[in-house]
Design a protein around this ligand. Structure first.
Ligand SMILES: [Zn+2]
Length: 362
């Protein structure tokens, strides 16, 4: 799915730029930029089981596998391979989130350093097998002309959300879980479309990634909202939404607050309160034990799920971009990876509990 998306994205860009051609080598997407052959970095890493970190702010990419470490920088043709500098002659490039590396990097560095290719069948999945969790929707909040919250030094919520959502999607896929992303690029997706994507996907869980903001700059921490069917009457729920009884993130950005209200309002996905709460708790627990971050905890969005598919749903607020320290941390790719991994652990624990409950019933 991810590979295909990147591939489609590449084709789309080529249409726009008209300067390159697409071909597929060894089933990895390649393309030509100014006459040089390039590979898409993420599929390349996936095929070799290499862990990658991409910091969208410093544009530095770090690849790790075993004791090996490679540092690259977008726009630069110098790479550090285990501290040794190598010149590629063509710079590392990027298109809307898809990092591209010159063929020389693959053939003379990656292929030599990491000889074993990992095929999907060789991957060992540790994600608990539960009949109830086969497919997960990962929803990156905001996008396109809707930046979401903006931090003091310019960090945009939409970018943080998308990056963490992509990392989470990759982690899930590497464990054999089917993933549907409501968006995998920087584009605006109306709530209705997110709902439709989720409904069509027939997924079992919905995880929305957002970043927080508050007028009180000192506010910080991680929190997870679940949608609880406490208001059974749709009319009552609508009145409550209009009256603004849903006090979620403060009102630093009025439109944003409205958006989130609508998001939760329209987060039709949850119906099973207990399962959503359990999932939210599992995510908070793993974040609390994996990371040195304040865990605000699980919160009730107090909304009846109104229509559409009914699956456990949570909205994860990964931190406050309005907080100086958290904005700084959220800019760091390693930190965002840690968040994605912690959410992944929470999902895994939740699946484990479901699997155990299923086993007990047998
Ligand atoms: Zn948001």
């Amino acid at each position: 799915m991810c590979k295909r998306l990147i591939f489609i994205q590449v084709i789309f860009i080529l249409f726009l730029s008209g300067c390159a051609t697409v071909s597929v080598r060894e089933s990895l997407p390649t393309y030509s930029i100014n006459g040089a052959v390039y590979y898409s970095l993420i599929p390349l890493c996936e095929s070799k089981g290499i862990n990658w970190e991409y910091d969208t702010f410093t544009r530095v990419i770090v690849l790790r596998k075993g004791a090996s470490r490679i540092n690259l920088k977008v726009g630069d043709d110098l790479v550090l391979v285990n501290q040794r500098a190598i010149i590629l002659n063509h710079p590392v490039d990027i298109y809307e989130g898809a990092v591209a590396v010159p063929a020389k990097f693959k053939e003379q560095i990656v292929d030599v350093l990491f000889k074993t290719e990992i095929t999907p069948s060789q991957r060992v999945s540790t994600f608990p097998i539960s009949r109830k969790i086969r497919k997960i929707v990962v929803d990156a909040g905001h996008g396109g002309n809707d930046p979401g919250a903006i931090g003091r030094t310019g960090l945009r919520e939409k970018d943080v959300n998308l990056d963490i959502a992509k990392r989470l999607a990759l982690l899930l896929k590497s464990e054999g879980v089917n993933v549907v992303m409501t968006r995998s690029t920087d584009r605006f997706i109306p709530l209705g479309a997110r709902v439709e994507i989720t409904n069509k996907s027939k997924a079992n869980l919905f995880v929305s990634i957002h970043s927080n903001a508050n007028r009180t700059r000192s506010m910080n921490g991680f929190e997870v909202y679940y949608v609880a069917p406490t208001l059974n009457d749709a009319k009552r729920a609508l009145v409550a939404a209009k009256e603004g009884n849903l006090d979620l993130e403060g009102s630093l950005f009025a439109s944003r607050s409205l958006e989130l209200r609508a998001m939760l309002w329209d987060m039709i996905y949850a119906y099973d309160r207990a399962e959503s709460i359990q999932l939210a708790k599992n995510i908070c627990r793993s974040v609390g034990s994996n990371m040195n971050v304040k865990v605000i905890g699980v919160k009730d969005a107090r909304y009846e799920v109104l229509r559409g598919s009914r699956i456990p749903a949570v909205l994860v607020e990964v931190g406050f971009v309005s907080n100086y320290n958290e904005e700084r941390m959220l800019k760091n790719g390693f930190y965002r990876q840690k968040i994605a991994e912690s959410i992944m652990d929470g999902l895994s624990d939740y699946a484990q509990e479901l699997a155990m409950a299923e086993a007990d019933k047998k």
